[in-house]
Design a protein around this ligand. Sequence first.
Ligand code: ATR
Length: 272
Amino acid sequence: PDLYAVIGNPIHHSKSPIIHMEFARQTHQDIQYNAILAPLEGFAATVSAFQQKGGKGLNVTLPFKQEAYTLSIRLTDRANAAQAVNTLKFDQNHPILGDNTDGAGLIRDIEVNQEIPIAGKSILLMGAGGAARGVILPLLERKPRLLAIANRTQTKAQLLQAQFSSHGQIVSGHFQDFSGESFDIIINATSASLQDKLPPLPTGLFKETTLAYDMMYSRNLTPFLIFAQQQGAHHLADGIGMLVEQAAESFYVWRGIRPETRKIIEMLKNNR
Ligand code: ATR
């Protein structure tokens, strides 16, 4: 079989092997997909050893996405914009290709699975770290009316606004700056949910029809989704769909085949 893996630290919790082995079964691809724990100081060496073994591709997760970006010899436009790589592809006769499928995964989950077209919508993106940066260009390519970026540290949101403003209408600020406004789609790209915390959101941002989207997921509703629900939002989504869709996009980058995702999303949601 052709060899693939996800590489990160920690890695034991990763659902990627289950997802990709299911994709392989479904599309009749002869692949093996494992999880690799890389030492914090040994990412490049671990990648190189995998490549020496004949490995065809890697998914890269925390905390190595920036390092994978630096390591890539060629980059796709979307990886370049994200300044982060979650998918590496090794070809015998080509140098390492770095791609980033996170944004495409988010878009597909919102538009296809949640059935919310992004064109013409107002979006509030919370956070200005790597996770937020990675989805800005893909979001803007779907032509929203407005993209607002809110972050605890305002200067980081301003930098993202400056970097991407040639691609669409962007505003930025503190969370409180958006008090009194409401949005069609509100996305949590902060790492607050990981610490079981809620970003300092003003009340009144949500309408009944607002899609509240947390890029994180956990066994129970995240603090952000609980808040959104209390604020009257009916449409809640966590990051399981995005996880599966970014995996499907990586699978497509490697194998040229697009797997079906709905069943595995349902399965993961039911087996939290
Ligand atoms: P990631 O790659 O997951 O985006 P990161 O680059 O460290 O990780 O960024 C974390 C993001 O979550 C930042 O936007 C951070 O806000 P600051 O830039 O002000 O640090 C945000 N964040 C983390 N914990 C948060 C909290 N408790 N409330 C609000 N924002 C938080």
